[in-house]
Ligand binder design. Sequence first.
Ligand code: ZN
Length: 346
Amino acid sequence: MFNFHLPRTAAFEQVQTLARERILILDGAMGTQIQQLGLSEEDYTGHGSGCACRHHSDHPQKGNNDLLILTQPQAIEEIHFKYAMAGADIVETNTFSATTIAQADYGLEAAVHDLNADGARIVRRALDRATAIDGRPRFVAGAVGPTNRTASLSPDVNNPGYRAVTFDDLRIAYGQQVRGLIEGGADLILIETIFDTLNAKAAIFACFEAFAEHGARLPLMISGTITDASGRTLSGQTPTAFWNSVRHARPFTVGLNCALGASAMRPHIAELASVAETFTCAYPNAGLPNAFGQYDEGPQDTAVQVADFAREGLVNVVGGCCGTTPDHIRAIAEAVAPFPPRKVPA
Ligand SMILES: [Zn+2]
């Protein structure tokens, strides 16, 4: 199943070469930018009642950010374009929750293929516009989120053996998502915000099934989330254990995102950098959220901390997660520019 004899895509070779030359920049948060638009239920659905896209749902859609790919494509393209012009080499699709499992909350399981295919096309359009201005190559990362269910943990404390989702449920859902992303022109697949490694392994498996059908292998980026003070993922792994659980996929990058600000992430990315025989990627939140769930850390503050990762030789790709903006990404890109990329251990 993990067929490494498949040819690698042209974009794979290109991004690999660039990553040896310099630290690559990933984009920042979508949520913060979408929030600033102040969209109403009607904006989310595209008109007064129900969804203006060709998929029907009776559920309220406000908060279904992925749906904006179909109902507000111009606004989403503009956010991607801003990140590209801020210095991002790799820009993520707005598809964090575009699986049948996550879209079930909104009754839009049937929209999953279109969300992913169009989600990738919109990023490609934004990046082509940016490249037409400055000639720099840029890459579309198809964003694959963790879903809202855990395959290796029970949601019911009184029934620890219970599972709300199985490996195969996830494999099938991720497969639909990844096929859509590839059809839309994704250059990489980014499996992110991993709190349960078994979910990620189902996503990895689905990617290799999709690559076999596609006849070529895309670069995989795999990014875990450390959620507690002891430095473990929700499913209980240290960064080293996490690497050991995903290294068989030979990812282009392994890294960490979300949950913590850059300073708190630092020891964990340092541990990962010391063991991973591949490129590393870090995209922390803009500090920790305040009492209202908002992020106060300014672009320079975040950039100084991320530049420390670069100075210490810990990273190959950097960007921002929750609370970061195009200004954060511009500041991060400038701050890491003087430093060479991390050397991958032999
Ligand atoms: Zn985040």
